[in-house]
Design a protein around this ligand. Sequence first.
Ligand code: FUB
Length: 312
Amino acid sequence: MQKIHSLHLFMLFFCFNAFAQNPLIMDQFTADPTARVFDGRLYVYLSHDIVPPKGEGRTEWFNMADYHVFSSENLIDWVDHGKILDQKDVPWADSKAYSMWAPDAIKKDDKYYFFFPTRMQNAGEGEGGFSIGVAIAEQPEGPYKIENNPINGVEGIDPNVFIDKDGQVYLYWSQSKIYGAKLKDNMIELDSKIKTFDEIPKKGHIEGPFVFERGGIYYMTYPHVANNIERLEYAVSDNPMGPFTHKGVIMDESESGTWTNHHSIVDYKNQWYLFYHDNDLSPDFDKNRSIRADSLFFRENGDIKKVIPTKR
Ligand code: FUB
């Protein structure tokens, strides 16, 4: 367990909006943040971009061998709980693919479920061949025990899990567009047909779904290549399985030109935050990213106000 940079606590309350400590993690590359609140503490599950050992991984591309989880009380002092999963430990994965992409985690009945996408063994050439695995723990930071097989019937990346007020669990994921299905109570099997959310943008690459509910509105939020790189957009519905109506942009394209953005939205201590990433620590290479957070605000009718990124 390692403690990251620290500043005085009062800055959170008086300065966070105007003086965000972006990027949040300074000693390693981090991406695809999913922020969750477990027992009053904020945890971030994320991708861990690395430069792979010579001769391994893919040059000029994403390379991730493992996952770390971080936590914070004040969004300023961060604890790195260390590695929670390695590509070598996933029985069904290509252990040399360096493709431990955007994860999610959720608590159900006192257990923590970590959902992660990676390339399957014998996935072949090309960009596809991903499925989604599950690992289960008694504590948010692990140790996590990996299920022997990926979720049957799911091909794709960027898992996101949402538990509705009635206890029904939904799994969303992407593969150029967004898919979703109910999950069984065991959290490792689908419990419905797979739905494609064709009503949200019909044109352009779309990935990284993140669903949450506020005031009876279900928000489907996602990165979308509307122009030439990703920007964060959202759609709303009165049902977690849609149909969703496109509403607008949460965050414009990165000024630095980072092709991906990947985000989550969380209510922590009565303030909503957008977690996302850019390439602050690697200005010349946008596949080595760094996570950020900024406050997010809603209008009275539930619309999301556009978030302007802040830097240190
Ligand atoms: O980090 C690898 C991939 O890039 C993620 O899975 C996507 O959402 C994009 O951020």
